[in-house]
Structures are given as C-alpha cells and as structure tokens.
Design a protein around this ligand. Sequence first.
Ligand code: PEP
Length: 249
Amino acid sequence: MKKKLIAGNWKMNGSLAANEALVRALQAGLATHTASCDVAVCVPAPYLAQAQGLLAAGGIALGAQDVSAFEVGAYTGEASASMLKEFGVRYCLVGHSERRLYHGETDVLVATKAQRALAAGITPIVCIGETLAEREAGRTEEVVKRQLAAVIAANGHCVSEIVVAYEPVWAIGTGKTASPEQAQQVHAVLRAQLHAASAHADRIQILYGGSMNAANANQLLAQADIDGGLIGGAALKSADFLTIIAAAQ
Ligand code: PEP
C-alpha cells in the first residue's frame, strides 16, 4: 500500500526563532512515535538554508512553496529548481491557488513549473481546485480536470512522479472543509484521469488540502482515494500537525 504524505505549507509565516521552535517540537513529537507516513514542510524561500540544517536529522522532508518556470537568467526575484535542489529540497508546491490568484499563474505556467521541478529531481506537489463560484455552477470536475490535464500534457509519462493536491479554493484558510464525501468524489475523478494518462498512476499520491485540522483529519484521510494532506494553518501548530500525522498512520 502506498504511504500517505502529510505536507505542511507554512505560507509567508515564520521567523528564524519560530521556525526552530516549530521544527524542534515536531521532531520531539516524532521521536516518541515515528511516523509511518511521509512528512514534509514547505517553508518560505529565505528559510531554506535554516530548514535544511534543522531537518538534517531526517524524518521530515524539506519543501519549497514555488519554483521558477525558467532554468537560469534574468528573472529577478525567482528561484530555479536547481537552486532549490542545492538546499536539499525534496518537494515543491506548484500552482497553489494563492499563486494562481495573486500572481496570475496559468495552467500552462504551472505545468512548466512542474516540469522544471521534475527535471531537477524535485517532486512537484501540483495544487488544483475550484473556486466557490465554479462549484456552485456545477463546474468542479471540469475545472480540476482542465488543471490536471495541462500538467499531464506537459509531463507525459513523468506524471507518475508528481504529487497532486486537491484544494478547493473555498476551503483554503476559511475554516470550511470539503466533506469527506465531497473530497473523495473529486479524488476519484482525478485518480481515473491519472490512470488514463499513466500506467504507473497507482503510485501517485493525491492529497486533500483546505482547512484540514486535528479534528477532521481522521475522516478525510480514511477516504479511499485520499493519500494525505496539504496543511496550511494547522501546520504552524506543532500539536495539531502531529495529530494530523498520527491520523495518517
Ligand atoms: C494551503 O495553504 O494549502 C491550505 C490548505 O491552507 P489551510 O489548511 O489553512 O486551509
């Protein structure tokens, strides 16, 4: 059976002191009952070096929150996949809804970013999800399939190396979680789409994200096609994040 993945997205939160306290608390928690799932934290870019050092003991993988679609050159403010790799980055979020919304990231750009990450040996966590208006218009399936299709088209057979995170935009940071049934329904659609695209789709982890917390993680993670979680707010509280990790065992 495929391992679950619990990934924290710290977003633009943290400080040197707060990061150290959070990582040390997670490590202390994991020392008492080792996780049987994969665990990662996606940290803001300025803290990659600090996090690489703190996570060197193992047990928690390092993730970044974005990657450039370009390899090298005059792209002020961007960080390339090969630069991330030098800091031991194992996972990289691409296409988070906040990047799509505030930075105008398109499906094609997100697919290119996934390609860059894969080429550098980094697993892209490709975020997809519908807005509330799209859900209410009955367009959820159409939207998530379109977003995933762009990544499949750009990455061919390498698509079996990605992680997918289904994150309904209306559930991110709002406290409104998709019900386990709503999430499972979309995950099953995505699973079928991946199977049609790759003979190795079985190994692809499909995470749920959107106000997953210590109280609702159990039920969400019990769904047949939910292979883990991408956690925002609750990843900043060690006790909550550890509870979610325990729920994924
Ligand atoms: C996220 O940022 O990917 C996320 C799921 O956030 P939250 O858990 O706070 O909704």
